[in-house]
Design a protein around this ligand. Structure first.
Ligand SMILES: Cc1ncc(COP(=O)(O)O)c(C=O)c1O
Length: 399
């Protein structure tokens, strides 16, 4: 048999999707699984989104769409960016692709050569490593342990950028930690970025409408407008609008970068489907009651999660202010046993939790922090407390 490409030896399936699949399978086998694993919003978009999609089906031209993206969707996105406080962008600054994951893939392809360095904080979203490894990049990890609330410091950033990585990739609010940087923290990091002109800045901010406690969304370009010439903002409809399978990802950045992504689209996907574009435009420009209500609901669920974790001896959890993740440090369990089964690390813990309590969480090592586990708390409200009680019971049974 002829050989596969070398890059496939570096390609691996998403660790999160693997666990979610295992949980799904066990559920199908009749187990009472409560899943805190995959980062799905677990709600549906508003009716106006479906109306727009139906209308698009009725009017569907059946033609290929634009490589840049549908104009109505782009305009709706620009309106959303204005509301976020990101102004000065035009249609030519934008590109639409098949989800934020695809945008990220396009950016790495467009901006980096094999062997170039990409730098990002740990904990990181799993696909950052997977995409960079698959495309043959060198990865520089900037460790942000729970002791520093999983947040990057200006000094760390300054040191990391000294080696002139091609891309600095930043995620705010964070998956997996739920941390959100304050205006002052963003400004301090932006000052450092301004000192290092050789590095592209990619801000993956797809949870920008899921922020609690009035922290607000802030981007480096607001603090340092001159960064706009090398900063790319990534967004997605997957989480905020309850539309993960519509696969709408968006970026805004320098015109040349948007154009490069357009060229990649023209060779990969041509365009996203017209129906998804119409639904996306309606989501971004129509009533915002669903995302606003869901954000308030998530803030309440976060309290339930944090209260339950605080009641477990030895477990600590930096307080998240956004997205729908908590990332508790569970290393107090390492070296202990559960029903005679040794828990050496996060993988053992998640496996034992799933086997004995039917609760699925993702091991922190999938995100570069093996002392933690990720709890994605978007499950139906009635499952939240029972799921957390099972986790509490698990820890109580450790010896
Ligand atoms: C930080 C982050 N970026 C990007 C994505 C991918 O989003 P999309 O569904 O738009 O591909 C996710 C999905 O979990 C994410 O958490």
């Amino acid at each position: 048999m002829p050989k596969f490409a070398q890059r496939m030896s570096r390609a691996k399936p998403s660790a999160i999707l693997a666990i979610a699949e295992q949980a799904r399978q066990l559920k199908a086998d009749g187990r009472d699984i409560i899943s805190f694993s995959i980062g799905v919003p677990n709600f549906l978009p508003g009716p106006h989104v479906y109306e727009a999609a139906h209308k698009a089906i009725d009017n569907d031209s059946g033609q290929y769409g634009s490589n840049r993206g549908d104009t109505a969707l782009i305009d709706a996105f620009l309106g959303h960016m204005e509301r976020l406080g990101l102004s000065g962008y035009t249609r030519e600054n934008v590109n639409i692709a098949v989800g934020a994951k695809h945008i990220l893939y396009n950016l790495v392809e467009a901006l980096m050569d094999e062997g170039d360095e990409i730098a990002f904080p740990t904990p990181y979203w799993t696909s950052y490593v997977d995409i960079a490894e698959m495309l043959g990049m060198r990865i520089k990890l900037l460790p942000c342990p729970p002791e520093q609330d999983y947040k990057l410091t200006p000094q760390q950033l300054d040191e990391a950028l000294a080696s002139k990585p091609k891309i600095f990739l930043f995620n705010n609010p964070s998956n997996p930690t739920g941390m959100v940087y304050t205006k002052d923290e963003i400004a301090a990091l932006a000052d450092v970025l301004a000192k290092h002109p050789d590095t592209w800045i990619v801000t993956d901010d797809i949870y920008n409408q899921m922020i609690f406690d009035g922290v607000g969304y802030h981007n480096f370009v607001q603090a340092r407008p001159e960064l706009a010439e090398r900063l790319i903002f990534i967004d997605s409809l997957s989480k905020t609008y309850g539309m993960p399978s519509w696969r709408v990802g968006l970026m805004a950045g320098p015109k040349d970068v948007a154009h490069a992504c357009l060229v990649l689209n023209s060779n990969h996907i041509t365009s996203i489907p017209e129906v998804a574009s119409a639904a996306g435009a309606a989501a971004l420009s129509g009533p915002q009651d669903v995302p606003q209500a869901k954000c308030a609901e998530l803030a309440q669920k976060r309290e339930v999660v944090l209260d339950a974790l605080a009641a477990i001896d030895g477990v600590t959890c930096p307080r998240p202010s956004g997205a729908f993740y908590a990332f508790p440090d569970i290393s107090c369990a390492f070296g202990k046993s559960h029903n005679g089964r040794k828990i050496e690390n996060d993988l053992d813990l998640c496996a034992a939790l799933l086997d004995t309590k039917d609760v699925a969480c993702v091991p922190g090592s999938a995100f570069g922090e093996p002392r933690a586990i990720r709890i994605s708390y978007t499950c139906p409200t009635e499952q939240l407390k029972p799921g957390l009680e099972r986790i509490q019971a698990f820890f109580a049974e450790l010896s």
